[in-house]
Design a protein around this ligand. Structure first.
Ligand code: 2HA
Ligand code: ZN
Length: 271
């Protein structure tokens, strides 16, 4: 596998960006991309034994994914992609997976593999195969909001939409808020995948965010926009609080101006 391979180039760029942003301390965060099999011209001759997935996912049966490794540092992906990353193959039935490339020091896929694969299965189906990329990171301003405020999907989305006038254009679907659940559990994987039926971002209380998109740039851009709005909110509060903000009508008008339809289950509840 050569680093000139387009998907390796893309994940190396995104990993650099995530590290530079400070969203991935130590082994924090994980990344996955459903690969275009047309792009996979390599002969995989180092296949691991099949391992059972915690949920059967026939919708991604036969698919290949580039997945960051458990315990690996996102900042080291550009330095040593073959140790930090792997490519896994899901069998035709969607019951098992095996590693076909990477994790060269005997590593394994991310501890959040269940959330990634279940979310990929949902997004592939919902977007007719368009969405291929998933990023999970730990952006500090957003996480801080989940401690300082009592949040749900509506109140968090509203706050973010209000804190930067571009937000409703960038993520009209809103951001799903999940109360704390154990990281790496089937419970949080199920809830995250379910949330991706409606949204393209899911916030985990006290922990971080998951975002999806057609490519890594898109998923990264979503998180960047959310984190910027969270940072503005914190700056506003440190300046003494909000003196004025866009009304719900103004938010609707901004969305309409860019041909976007805000999630009705959120905007219709805001007054
Ligand atoms: O991979 O971020 O949620 C480390 C994590 C787990
Ligand atoms: Zn995490």
């Amino acid at each position: 596998m050569s680093e000139t391979n387009s998907f390796l180039k893309e994940i190396i760029k995104t990993s650099n960006d995530i590290w530079t942003k400070g969203w991935a301390e130590r082994n924090a965060g994980n990344i996955s991309v459903r690969l275009d099999t047309e792009e996979l011209h390599c002969n995989f001759n180092n296949k691991s034994p099949w391992q059972k997935l915690s949920r059967q996912l026939p919708g991604i049966g036969g698919d290949y994914f580039l997945v960051s490794g458990t315990g690996k540092y996102i900042r080291n992906i550009p330095v040593d992609p073959e140790a930090s990353l792997g490519i896994i193959e899901v069998d035709k039935s969607g019951e098992n997976y095996r590693t076909v490339w990477g994790y060269k020091d005997g590593g394994r896929p991310t501890s959040e593999l269940a959330a990634h694969l279940q979310a990929h299965s949902v997004r592939k189906n919902m977007t007719n195969g368009r969405d291929r990329a998933l990023i999970h990171t730990h952006p500090a301003n957003l996480i801080a909001l989940t401690y300082a405020l009592e949040l749900d999907t509506c109140s968090l989305t509203r706050l973010l939409w209000e804190m930067h006038a571009e937000c409703i254009v960038v993520f009209p679907e809103g951001v799903e808020f999940l109360p704390w659940m154990m990281a790496g559990s089937d419970q949080i994987a199920d809830a995250t995948a379910e949330a991706f039926r409606k949204r393209n971002m899911v916030v985990w209380q006290y922990h971080g965010i998951f975002a999806t998109g057609d490519d890594l740039d898109t998923a990264f851009g979503l998180i960047d926009t959310v984190e910027k709005a969270a940072e503005i909110h914190i700056k506003v509060m440190s300046l003494g609080g909000c003196k004025q903000k866009p009304s719900i009508d103004t938010l609707r008008a901004i969305a309409a101006n860019f041909g976007k339809v805000p999630a009705p289950d959120i905007i219709d509840r805001l007054v």
